[in-house]
Design a protein around this ligand. Structure first.
Ligand SMILES: NC(=O)c1ccc[n+]([C@@H]2O[C@H](COP(=O)([O-])OP(=O)(O)OC[C@H]3O[C@@H](n4cnc5c(N)ncnc54)[C@H](OP(=O)(O)O)[C@@H]3O)[C@@H](O)[C@H]2O)c1
Length: 220
């Protein structure tokens, strides 16, 4: 049984990750701002009131884990608002940067002493943050913030490797959730199943890698 922390666990991919890890017998701490009925009925341990952009909330989360060792931290909470050249909203871009890039960095840093030997950190990124894959432009805040978490993840991989901790940047696919207005090529339960299988397989040899949930390496 692994000790797992999932952020953004109340809906979408985070809810499905929580459901599937719980179903296979892992102990999940499901972190969210407000629990949904679907999360509440899973019977996992839920920590509500955690806005990932709030340093005090991150301290509460870290103190909750005081006596525990974590096998897997999944930084899943994320936000996508759509800016374009014509609709450039710097405040929205800044906020996505806080949620998608700074918060997972802050949480991973705050938790680092709770991570076991051979623990893993999954940073749910997006191929929309790939510079090489950007053929369409737009989505300024989402692209910038996901590119930034990719860089933060590579740095964390370097810093945590001596402690035998792997850090992985994972793209879940194009998934029908609130974040995409329920558009997508796959569902949250299928994406979560792929993410779990991939995370199980990844080793320290893969640390700092950027992967599609189907296991393919993605270009930076
Ligand atoms: N869906 C896709 O196609 C897709 C593709 C690539 C990457 N991703 C990534 O996958 C992750 C999960 O997204 P999803 O598709 O499952 O979207 P979702 O259904 O909209 O879920 C997003 C989750 O993030 C949480 N969150 C957002 N801002 C937060 C904040 N300030 N503090 C705490 N929690 C916050 C939300 O909580 P609230 O309910 O409280 O807002 C929710 O639990 C995100 O990192 C996203 O960027 C998704």
């Amino acid at each position: 049984m692994e000790q797992i922390v999932v952020t953004g666990a109340n809906k979408g991919i985070g809810l499905e990750l929580t459901r599937q890890y719980h179903a296979r017998g892992d102990a999940v701490l499901a972190v969210c701002r407000t629990a949904s009925p679907e999360l509440a009925e899973l019977g996992v341990e839920v920590l509500e009131g955690i806005d990932v952009t709030d340093a005090k909330a991150i301290a509460v989360l870290a103190s909750k884990l005081d006596d525990r060792s974590i096998d897997l931290l999944v930084n899943n909470a994320g936000l996508r608002t759509i800016e374009s050249f014509e609709d450039m909203d710097i405040d929205r871009i800044r906020y996505q940067f806080e949620v998608n890039a700074l918060a997972p960095l802050a949480i991973t840093h705050a938790f680092s002493d709770k991570l076991k030997d051979a623990a893993k950190v999954a940073l749910i990124s997006s191929r929309v943050g790939s510079l090489a894959d950007n053929g369409r432009g737009g989505e300024y805040g989402y692209r910038i913030s996901k590119a930034a978490i990719n860089m933060a993840g590579v740095n964390l991989a370097i810093d945590l490797k001596p402690r035998n901790i792997g850090v992985f940047l994972l793209h879940p696919g194009f998934v029908k959730t609130n974040l995409t207005g329920n558009e997508g090529m796959t569902t949250a339960d299928k994406s979560a199943a792929q993410l779990i299988a991939l995370t199980d397989k990844l080793t320290l040899a893969d640390t700092g890698g950027f992967f599609h949930a189907n296991g393919e390496r993605l270009p930076w």
